[in-house]
Design a protein around this ligand. Structure first.
Ligand code: SAH
Length: 335
């Protein structure tokens, strides 16, 4: 069982994660995580490993499972997010492991080794929850650790995410030895984002030494950031108010939130925005017919020229009469 234990407090562990740990004969994990679940593991075989022994942990888990033990390999957050799930499957594949065959009742072959991944709240979920609602629009995670990833790969992703206006969660932002990565990330972001873009730094979310810092993109690298911090960088619409970092979902684009909550002029409840795909395409065709060049259109919309050309060659079919998609919102907004 590859168990994600969440940010670190037992309240934020899932029921299945607790049960998986309770069922296990052997618990394998990084020392800190073993400590976080100390109250659940009395009387079990414990294998503590240091941070750099990830593959050893996976190999050890396989050895114990082959010997007939039920093993819980624990990761903080979610085991599949920069965690042990990937390396464990890699070790399993290398060792020639295959998922056990199932009988007609769906029961696995008792001689095989079953693998279960138990999901947990990842640092981006818990850190976001501590500061408000920063991930309510498109976001991505980027790890600044260059221990296993070349810097140009990391830098390209930072540049692309910054340019595309994603909210970004930076994992592994800084350690004793890796101090320059966060400065480089800041420089790459400042090429695309305003200096006053809100940034939240959450250290040890839901743990004893939790610390939350609000800052801005131009000041972020001077903040107290460490191995146990996640850095959340807002997008161009993210705000901080009353100590809460919030990224708008987009309702204000469509509805008059100050007034009676009615749809704005030109917008229809339950339908794509007037600047959604169909409306946008219609205007694109109008602009093109009025003499706007492909180059101009590509530049204005910051989209590849090829894409604009092909889009104009493939006009959409007439709008269909689908049922309303954001009807749940209308319940809230209809006063
Ligand atoms: N599997 C983990 C991530 C492991 S990588 C998960 O899903 O959360 C380790 C990085 O995760 C740290 O450098 C930090 O950026 C982040 N992290 C993990 N736990 C955290 C916590 N409680 N508070 C803040 N950041 C955390």
């Amino acid at each position: 069982m590859l168990v994600g234990i969440g940010p670190g407090s037992t309240e934020h562990m899932t029921v299945r994660a607790r049960a998986a740990i309770a069922e296990a004969d052997t618990i394998i994990g990084y020392v800190t995580y073993i400590k976080l679940v100390a109250d659940l593991i009395e009387g079990k075989e414990i294998v503590r490993k240091s941070m750099t022994e990830e593959l050893d942990r996976a190999i050890e888990a396989l050895d114990r499972a082959r010997a007939g033990k039920k093993v819980a390999l624990i990761s903080s957050g979610d085991a599949g997010v920069y965690g042990m799930a990937g390396p464990t499957f890699e070790v399993l594949f290398q060792a020639g492991w295959t998922p056990p065959a199932r009988d007609e009742n769906g029961q696995p072959d008792p001689d095989g080794i079953e693998v279960e991944v138990v999901p947990g709240a990842s640092a981006l979920n818990s850190c976001a929850a501590r500061v408000g609602a920063p991930l309510t629009h498109d976001f991505c995670a980027i790890s600044l650790s260059d221990l296993l990833t070349p810097w140009p790969t990391i830098a390209r992703r930072l540049d692309a995410a910054a340019a595309a206006d994603f909210v970004v969660a930076l994992y592994n932002p800084k350690s004793g030895r890796r101090t320059r990565q966060i400065v480089e990330a800041q420089r790459l972001f400042l090429r695309h984002r305003r200096p006053d873009t809100p940034v939240a730094i959450v250290k040890s979310a839901y743990r004893r030494r939790e610390k939350i810092t609000f800052t801005t993109l131009d000041a972020m690298s001077e903040a107290d950031i460490g191995m146990l911090s996640t850095v959340l960088i807002g997008n161009s619409n993210t705000v901080v108010q009353y100590g809460l970092m919030v990224t708008p979902r987009g309702y204000a684009n469509k509805y008059d939130l100050q007034g009676d909550g009615a749809a704005r002029a030109g917008e229809r409840r339950g339908r794509s925005l007037s600047t959604g795909l169909e409306g946008w395409l219609e205007n694109l065709q109008i602009d093109h017919a009025a003499g706007d060049s492909l180059e101009n259109l590509a530049q204005r919309h910051r989209l590849p020229l090829d894409y604009i050309r092909e889009t104009l060659l493939n006009p959409l079919a007439a709008a269909s009469d689908e049922p309303s998609e954001d009807s749940s919102a209308s319940v809230v907004l209809d006063k």
